[in-house]
Design a binder for this molecule. Structure first.
Ligand code: SF4
Length: 512
């Protein structure tokens, strides 16, 4: 154990460990992404959390798994355990398109190299570590491990697979947000009580104070110097972004965020966010623009049920679908106040919100739900987008939307009407950009044709469509695999033919 690290990054090589004067490391973390010391990168967060509690931690980003495995041996044996995380995405989603083609670049790798991590990264790294160091425990975590914690359907091999804990041979799996469980695990290995731990540990939601502590750890917010002169696309996207909260209660059937981050919103305090903004203004490349003040759904900051006892008993997967829960406090005032204060921080010129927003939190088919929702919409459009409001109706056909767990397209039509009225009134030449998903269970070729010809989309620039990818642990993936809607038990149409899936997507680009 050590007081603090004099080196500004956690060490990644023997030389860096020696420069710190450290002897044996306590924990060595292997990761499928490049090492960017930023709170948006999960393994970096875990490394900082362990470091802050006095553990000697090293990080091995993107080890070579095809040579003599020297990257897995170079730092020796840790005193407590190895940690393995595939990175910010499931490795199969990272490496393959929905059409199962290898992607040509990897946003989380320097210069986009597409071959810096193996398929099923968590399993490959863990097996290698177990082969070299059979008696050292391996703890796995991150999105890939979290979403594959239970037996699950795997789209890429088109079969059911056991828990990744069994497939990898790891000792412990941390599901969800790992800050609290990793400390629990470290202490248990230190005390010799790890045998009493469950093999799968879930992260209770963090309190505001705990979340503030995590985000205010001494991240440099920079890629490790070993990448000097190289570009990491994912870092470019997030380097001037700030996370306001975690979790999402939207419950979209195709999305795995709830399975990983939880349905309960965990918000940072205003003061902590403002401190981070202030620190960001000293970043050597900061020019005054915060690219995203957001979260999985940007406008859920400080929202949740009014009566917490009701929420504790609640079994609804979504607080928004099929209707807005009457117990849900959807007041946008805290977020509006936050935007206002962030804009007043010296050095900040623009604050954009590029994370998705849930417009059913402030609008229904008849108009705005309340005055704060109307003000939020006006603020977002006029001050917090760079002229393009990106929203995700996901489809136009209501039976497909119902399969997705999304509200009727009428809501988008209403939003579009409000948007046009607002930009006309303010004299702004702004656009609304809708996002869609093709080939979701329930969606036929005719449904995509109907989408492509929908009158409400005439004159609207539609440039974003995603071919549905069945990722583990979502309701939509269960529909894809079984051909049934698990909510009703009824059969549902599923397009599984890859060529036809791609044809569905191509409808979207037909001229209207
Ligand atoms: S009671 Fe309402 S607000 Fe609370 S969790 Fe359930 S749906 Fe959400």
């Amino acid at each position: 154990m050590t007081e603090s690290t004099p080196y500004s990054f956690l060490p990644t090589s023997k030389k860096e460990v020696e420069a710190l004067g450290w002897g044996q490391l306590d924990v060595i973390l292997f990761m499928g992404d490049a090492y960017v010391d930023h709170p948006s990168f999960g393994v970096s967060v875990i490394a900082r959390v362990l470091e802050a509690k006095g553990y000697k931690v090293a990080v091995v980003p993107q080890p070579n798994w095809r040579d003599d495995l020297r990257d897995f041996k170079k730092l020796g044996r840790p005193r407590l355990f190895f940690g393995v995380g595939a990175g910010a995405m499931d490795s199969m989603v990272n490496r393959y398109t929905a059409a199962k083609r290898l992607r040509s670049s990897d946003a989380y790798t320097p210069d986009g190299r597409p071959d810096a991590r193996p398929d099923r990264t968590t399993i490959v790294y863990t097996k290698i570590l177990k082969q070299i160091w059979p008696d050292v425990p391996v703890v796995i975590g991150g999105v890939e491990a979290s979403l594959r914690r239970e037996p699950h359907y795997d789209y890429w091999d088109n079969c059911m697979k056991p828990s990744i804990l069994e497939e990898s041979g790891a000792d412990i799996l941390i599901a969800g947000m790992g800050e609290k469980p990793i400390l629990q695990v470290a202490k248990a290995y230190e005390d010799g009580t790890a045998d009493s731990l469950p093999r799968i540990l879930m992260g209770p939601p963090l309190t505001t104070e705990e979340l503030d502590w995590v985000y205010e750890l001494p991240f440099t917010r920079l890629p490790h110097p070993r990448y000097k002169g190289k570009r990491i696309a994912a870092y470019d996207m997030i380097k001037f972004s700030i996370t306001t909260h975690r979790g999402c209660f939207g419950g979209c059937n195709f999305c795995a965020i709830t399975a990983h981050q939880g349905k309960q919103i965990q918000s940072r305090s205003e003061a902590s966010i403002l401190r981070e903004v202030e620190a960001l203004t000293h970043h050597p490349e900061f020019k005054g623009t915060i690219s995203d003040l957001g979260a999985p759904s940007a406008n859920m900051y400080r929202m949740g049920g009014r009566d917490k006892a009701l929420c504790a008993k609640c079994r609804r997967p979504s607080c928004l679908f099929p209707n807005l829960c009457r117990n849900l406090d959807h007041d946008h005032t805290p977020l509006l106040q936050l935007y206002e204060k962030v804009l007043k921080v010296p050095g900040v010129k623009h604050v954009f919100v590029s994370s998705g927003i849930r417009y059913d939190l402030f609008l229904d088919e008849n108009g705005f739900l309340d005055a704060t929702g109307k003000r939020y919409f006006e603020e977002i459009v006029t001050r917090h987008t760079s002229g393009r409001l990106k929203v995700a109706p996901e489809h136009t056909e209501d039976h497909v939307l119902a399969a997705m767990g999304k509200p009727s397209f009428k809501l988008f039509e209403r939003l579009e009407k409000e948007f046009r009225a607002l930009v006309r009134k303010r004299g702004l030449n702004y656009e609304i950009i809708p996002y869609f998903i093709s080939a979701h269970p329930g969606c036929t070729m005719q449904d995509m044709e109907a989408l492509s010809k929908h009158p409400a989309l005439r004159g609207v620039r539609t440039e974003q469509v995603q071919d549905f990818t069945p990722t583990p642990m979502t309701v939509s993936t269960e529909m894809f695999h079984t051909g049934k809607d698990p909510r009703t038990g009824k059969r549902i149409f599923v397009e599984r033919d890859i060529a036809k899936k791609q044809r569905q997507k191509s409808f979207f680009f037909k001229k209207r």
